[in-house]
Write a protein that binds this ligand. Structure first.
Ligand code: APR
Length: 318
């Protein structure tokens, strides 16, 4: 069991560094490859002193990208520019689309068959870009491509536990849809443990979960978006993927995946998925049945925005 190789592309960044630390702590990882266009030797030397099993190797600059990716089981992409106050995730498209393109093409060439976890925003568009490029390269497996939306779940769990005075560890709120503003749809009616909310609470919690990224952007006076909570959430998702690869039969997380199982007209949608030896084993579409009136309306309302972001990504990559 274990012995997996994880590559992190953009490892010197605000998300990349704490994420690398958290993955260095995973008992399932034997090799941790760190890549960035800026020098990663410092981060590599620093992390290498932690007495956990993963061997840390640094790769700096494009000529080292192939070496970083060779043999990777999981590739994580947090490379890109973050938001500044006043920017939406979509404003990042023009720069981050190019970065994701360059990196995913390299993954297709040097680590086909790996699980690919995309963090670079706008995730609603960067994941469709990746899918299209992998198709063009002839190595596309929709079970192995993920947009990391775990932070939406983590935030929903935290805010619901605080609001309702529930033990943090018990709360689990599925969050579906996409990963930007109103496309983020927390399904509070499906929260575990079963909890009742007033209409006001539903509206307030939903708005806070949808805008939580902006809360962080505005609080960071020096500019930048969530890094520490994002790294925490991504590490939770990567660990889940690794447990899935390891054959740990009962691993579920929400993720933005290429599947029409939940909403036929949206080719990418965040749902709870079951993770197994080949990535996604099942998309749990049942969660979208029996929605409240509020949730059903929010789902209808998000469809055009999410569809436009998907189409923009696909068009970019074609
Ligand atoms: N290849 C590899 N790494 C790159 C490339 C590239 N082509 N371009 C940029 N990077 C690296 C930068 O050198 C930097 O180390 O990506 C890292 C990004 O780090 P930050 O600027 O600190 O940004 P961060 O806050 O980590 O956010 C990165 O994640 O949540 C998303 O919206 C966020 O898209 C943004 C991304």
């Amino acid at each position: 069991a274990g012995g997996y190789k994880v590559a992190i592309l953009g490892a010197a960044g605000g998300i990349g560094q704490p994420l690398s630390l958290l993955i260095k702590m995973s008992p399932l990882v034997s090799a941790l490859h760190l890549y960035d266009i800026v020098d990663v030797e410092g981060v590599t030397a620093d992390l290498g002193h932690c007495n956990t099993p993963a061997k840390v190797v640094g790769f700096t600059g494009q000529e080292d990208l192939a070496g970083c990716l060779a043999g990777a089981d999981v590739v994580v992409i947090p490379a890109g520019v973050p938001r500044k106050p006043g920017m939406t995730r979509d404003d990042l498209f023009s720069i981050n689309a190019g970065i994701v393109k360059e990196l995913v093409e390299a993954v297709a060439d040097h680590a086909p068959g790996s699980l690919i976890h995309i963090i670079s925003n706008p995730v609603n568009s960067t994941v469709p870009i990746a899918a299209e490029l992998l198709k063009q390269k002839g190595v596309y497996d929709p079970r192995k491509l993920f947009g990391v939306t775990t932070l939406d779940v983590v935030r929903a769990n935290t805010f619901v536990a605080e609001k309702k005075n529930l033990p943090l560890a018990d709360v689990d709120v599925p969050v579906v849809g996409g990963h930007a503003g109103a496309t983020i749809l927390p399904l509070l009616s499906k929260a575990r443990p079963k909890t009742s909310f007033t209409d006001e609470e539903v509206e307030e919690l939903t708005a806070r979960i949808q805008n939580a990224g902006t809360e962080v952007v505005e609080a960071k006076a020096g500019g930048g978006s969530a890094t520490l909570s994002m790294a925490y959430a991504a590490a939770r998702f990567i660990e889940a993927s690794l447990r899935g690869l390891d054959g740990d039969g009962d691993v579920y997380e929400c993720s933005y995946v290429p599947s029409q199982a939940a909403v036929p007209e949206l080719p990418f949608f965040a749902s709870r998925v079951k993770l197994g030896r080949d990535g996604v084993e099942e998309v749990v579409a049942a969660e979208l049945r029996g929605l409240t009136h509020f949730e059903a309306r929010a789902l209808e309302a998000l469809k055009p925005q999410l569809k436009a972001s998907i189409d923009k990504g696909v068009a970019y990559a074609q």
